[in-house]
Design a protein around this ligand. Structure first.
Ligand code: URA
Length: 445
């Protein structure tokens, strides 16, 4: 706490009683979080007070800015191109960053992408990339900056020097019931994104059963808070609300999702996976100022997927980050494959009325594709490939999916994954209204 300022306990009391704190007070508090001078019990009490009382836009901007400044902020000013990133709040089968980042770079925008790992039912881009033999996500800042300059894109993990205040706050939120607070989620996400030295950000805010935000109203509130933080920092932010009621694409699991991403970069892939890549990429091109309209941006991304230029950038990125670039051509030979593929059959006739994304993610996790705790080791070849999707009519005995695993034939986890997967599939007599798009709403700068 700064000399002459109010004590942490006084700030907690004020917040508890619904009073706004000054920017200096919030900065002082975050400084105490970062250097450890404010003990866990006072930080936790403040988090609970924020959970119940919320924050004004001014408070939120000061709190998030202090979190950004608690660690290193990348300086990418030497790169002349506009620098735009995309962040997803996390979904099942969400491999979009993998085709998206090279496609956007192929259109002339720099994408300095700092991604995360999967936890629980959601997958992480870093784990997917690491399923490419040799691929390294732990490059230092100098190499990262050089590759963003040279190739237009580099994908790495967060270092411990990025937003250390968030690390402590997140760990305390996790055990004090204060994760589900809009200002705390928004500042946590933005503290890490603003530290990347970007000019603009597209946020893919997932909504639905497989997402953090279960309904559109809360998703909108999160987007509003994220945009307020971005604008206060002088950044352009577009938020896209997208449907996460069913897994994205057909593949869930690390190497399986890389193969599906390569299909998208060959101009193919599932329609929803391509749509998300094209729409989010179009918004990134608009933020960067290289496309005048979303339609133009989307057309350019679609072209980069169809003419092979996105895949050519990806090939160079894989090689530069230590991976085997032949994954782009000899995909099935280069990527790790699971030893066993077990079909899951439809128990009866019906139409697939719902596919619970969270349950599918959990089934893949049980097979080894995800982590229960952050120290679990992932099996890169494990996962699930869907054989039927939302709205499909199936007959009893027809394959719904194939489980890919390296477990023993009698391992109880295979039966558990099958049970969890079957629980995710809701068969009905009549078809649900067809879903034509994953895009629910776009909130532009
Ligand atoms: N992702 C983050 O980085 N922080 C949160 O609080 C929630 C999701």
């Amino acid at each position: 706490m700064r000399d002459g300022g109010r004590l942490p306990v006084e700030l907690i009391r004020s917040k508890r009683d619904g009073e706004a704190l000054s920017a200096d007070e919030l900065r002082g508090f975050i400084a105490g979080v970062t250097d450890g001078s404010i003990p866990d019990y006072q930080v936790a009490a403040m988090l609970m007070a924020i959970y119940f009382r919320g924050m004004t836009d001014g408070e939120l901007a000061a709190w998030a800015d202090a979190m950004v400044r608690s660690g290193d902020v990348l300086d990418l000013s030497a790169i002349a191109r506009a620098k735009v990133d995309k962040h997803s709040t996390g979904g099942v089968g969400d491999k979009i960053s993998i085709p998206l980042a090279p496609a956007v770079a192929a259109c002339g925008v720099a994408v300095p992408m700092v991604s995360g790992r999967g936890l629980g039912h959601t997958g992480g881009t870093l784990d997917k990339l690491e399923s490419i033999p040799g691929f390294r996500v732990d490059l230092d800042v100098a190499r990262f900056t050089a590759l963003v300059g040279e190739l237009g894109v580099c994908l790495i993990g967060q270092t411990s020097r990025v937003a250390p205040a968030d690390k402590r706050l997140y760990a305390l939120r996790d055990v004090t019931g204060t994760i589900e607070s809009i200002p705390l989620i928004a500042s946590s996400i933005m503290s890490k994104k603003l530290a990347e030295g970007i000019d603009g950000l597209v946020l893919d805010c997932k909504v639905g059963t497989g997402a953090f935000m279960k309904d559109a109203e809360r998703a909108r509130a999160l987007c509003t808070a994220i945009r307020a933080i971005g604008h206060a920092a002088g950044k352009r932010v577009t938020c896209v609300l997208t449907d996460m009621d069913a897994p994205i694409g057909k593949a869930v699991g690390n190497a399986l999702e890389i193969a599906e991403s390569i299909d998208v970069m060959r101009g193919g892939g599932p329609a929803d996976t391509r749509e998300l890549t094209v729409v989010l990429g179009g918004e990134m091109l608009c933020l960067a100022g290289v496309a005048a309209t979303a339609d133009e941006g989307q057309a350019r991304i679609a072209h980069a997927l169809d003419d092979g230029s996105a895949l050519a950038v990806f090939r160079r990125v894989v090689a530069a980050q230590g991976g085997n670039p032949e994954v782009c051509e000899r995909t099935a030979e280069v990527l790790p494959q699971a030893a066993h593929r077990v079909p899951v059959l439809a128990p009866r006739d019906g139409v697939i009325a719902a596919v619970d994304a969270e349950d599918v993610g959990m089934a893949a996790l049980v097979l080894g594709a995800g982590r229960r705790t952050k120290d679990d080791v992932i099996d890169p070849g494990a996962g699930i490939v869907l054989a039927a999707g939302l709205g499909d009519r199936v007959r009893a005995g027809q394959p719904l999916a194939e489980l890919h695993h390296n477990l023993g034939p009698d391992d109880p986890r295979v039966a558990a994954a099958r049970g969890r997967f079957l629980g995710a599939i809701h068969l009905a007599e009549t078809a649900p209204p067809p879903r034509t798009t994953r895009i629910l709403e776009i909130m532009r700068s």
